[in-house]
Design a protein around this ligand. Structure first.
Ligand SMILES: NC(=O)c1ccc[n+]([C@@H]2O[C@H](COP(=O)([O-])OP(=O)(O)OC[C@H]3O[C@@H](n4cnc5c(N)ncnc54)[C@H](OP(=O)(O)O)[C@@H]3O)[C@@H](O)[C@H]2O)c1
Length: 433
């Protein structure tokens, strides 16, 4: 049986997990792969106490892995954009296959990396970059190959979902974020998680693999969860909705929607019940209908599960002397469609609105008239008489679907009314019907 030699770059959380699972399950992985997979070299800035290196060569220079002529597959688990890009392009140049868990790298530099790999005839695999241990890339590119995929929506950042789940019990954002950092769910600098950048990286990849369009991370609309309040969570609940931080990609005439933002979702939907650090991705295919993929979106061994699935795919190809695999974005490069990402003003959504209004007759009629002038229908209204203060009361409404551009104009006009005090809070809503 041929040996396929793997070199791991980065021995942190995922690198350590990958090393340990590859060793622990070596014989069953070998039985499935039809070849022996050996770790031939490991490199990282420092050793990881959780792994037993044995006689496997270790160095601090990750480029030692890329330059080792005995390594067939470079597993990039260092994270970040620049050094990872340099490392991966060097690996490709040296004729090595690449497995990575780095969504930032693929979302931002994927087009360049795939082109280089195509030219060199090597494989680049990135399952672990999206939703950690959930094999959603494989599901989209292979399991759903018969379908025209019209939209994908997901909870694809566990830290954000943990924070919103705890806020659902009435806790404040800053308090839960502190706890998430203590538990190791959030980084010391939580920007990527709470401002939606990490989710936008993953959504960019999902959209490209689902619709067959080039990666366009720079055009994704990204809004985080730091402005969501327990007050809005409570009132969304009263209206029958839960607030989730979703990535939503939708294929439309002439372009795609690519957006990450807090979203009201009917609470009886399965995706509304995905709590804590777990992830879930909903995919709508024209033949299969809606399917949902749920599980651990992060963690050392959960992510290693996806990294190793890719290693096995590559190892099978290498050991059979072929590098034919599913195309990077699920479609042959010549079949990719040049669909642009539409500006956020072009999206269609329902909306939750909250405003402070003067408590006197006729105010509701004025609000309704502004909305109606922009073609916006109201589904439900709550006026919180019990919260009357200084002559003002909160008015909360849920609208039907409308184009965001119309909603922006309506909100600007509402905010200009003398009867409305301060900004109008707006959260998008989806029912996925
Ligand atoms: N953690 C998860 O659950 C998870 C899930 C899905 C995907 N991912 C992705 O997997 C990748 C790895 O994440 P991780 O959580 O395992 O990160 P991590 O724990 O920080 O591990 C990265 C390791 O690489 C080392 N490293 C970074 N740059 C290096 C360099 N230039 N030279 C040598 N060593 C270097 C780091 O050393 P130092 O510690 O000394 O910096 C660290 O040991 C990232 O792309 C991440 O987005 C992670």
């Amino acid at each position: 049986m041929k040996d396929v030699r793997v070199g791991i770059c980065g021995l942190g959380t995922v690198g350590g997990g990958t090393f340990n699972v590859l060793n622990r399950n070596a014989s069953l992985i070998e039985g499935r792969a039809g070849c022996t997979i050996r770790i031939g070299r490991v490199a990282s800035r420092r050793q990881n106490d959780r792994i037993e290196l044995g006689d496997i060569p270790f160095s601090n220079d990750i480029f030692d892995v890329v330059n080792d002529p005995d390594i067939d597959v470079v597993v990039e688990l260092i994270g970040g954009y620049d050094v990872a890009r340099e490392l991966v392009l060097a690996a490709i140049e040296n004729g090595k296959h690449v497995v990575t868990a780095n969504k930032a790298l693929i979302a931002v530099h994927g087009n360049e990396i795939f082109e280089a790999a195509e030219k060199k005839g090597v494989i680049v695999a990135y399952e672990a970059g999206v939703a950690g241990g959930i094999p959603v890339i494989k599901a989209i590119r292979e399991g759903l190959v018969a379908n025209r995929i019209d939209w994908i929506a997901g909870i694809i950042n566990g830290t954000g979902n943990f924070i919103l789940t705890e806020m659902n019990a009435g806790r404040e954002f800053s308090d839960v974020l502190k706890q998430a950092q203590e538990l190791g769910y959030a980084e010391a600098d939580p920007t990527f998680d709470v401002e939606g950048i990490d989710a936008a990286h993953k959504l960019t990849i999902l959209a490209s693999a689902g619709f067959g369009v080039p990666l366009q991370f720079e055009r994704a609309y990204t809004e985080g969860i730091s402005k969501v309040t327990p007050y809005d969570i409570k009132h969304a609940e009263m209206l029958g909705y839960r607030i989730k931080h979703l990535g939503i990609a939708r294929r439309r005439e002439g372009g795609i929607e690519l957006r990450v933002h807090p979203t009201l979702v009917p609470k009886e939907l399965l995706i509304a019940q995905v709590d804590g650090v777990l992830n879930a991705v909903l995919v709508d295919g024209d033949a299969v209908g809606q399917t949902m993929y749920y599980g651990a979106g992060a963690g050392d061994e959960a992510t290693a599960s996806a990294v190793i699935a890719d290693i096995v795919d590559v190892a099978r190809a290498v050991s059979h002397g072929s590098t034919q695999r599913v195309p990077y974005l699920g479609f042959e490069p010549s079949a990719l469609e040049d669909l642009p990402v539409l500006p956020v003003e072009d999206i269609y959504s329902a909306y939750y609105l909250r405003m402070q209004a003067e408590d006197h007759p006729g105010v509701l009629a004025k609000i309704s008239s502004v909305l109606s002038e922009h073609g916006i229908n109201i589904e439900s209204v709550v006026q919180k008489e019990s919260e009357l203060s200084n002559g003002k009361i909160p008015v909360i409404m849920l609208t039907h679907t409308v184009q965001e551009r119309q909603m922006n104009q309506a909100i600007a006009e509402l905010e200009a009314l003398a009867d409305i005090d301060g900004p109008v809070v707006r959260i998008r809503a989806e029912n996925f019907s």
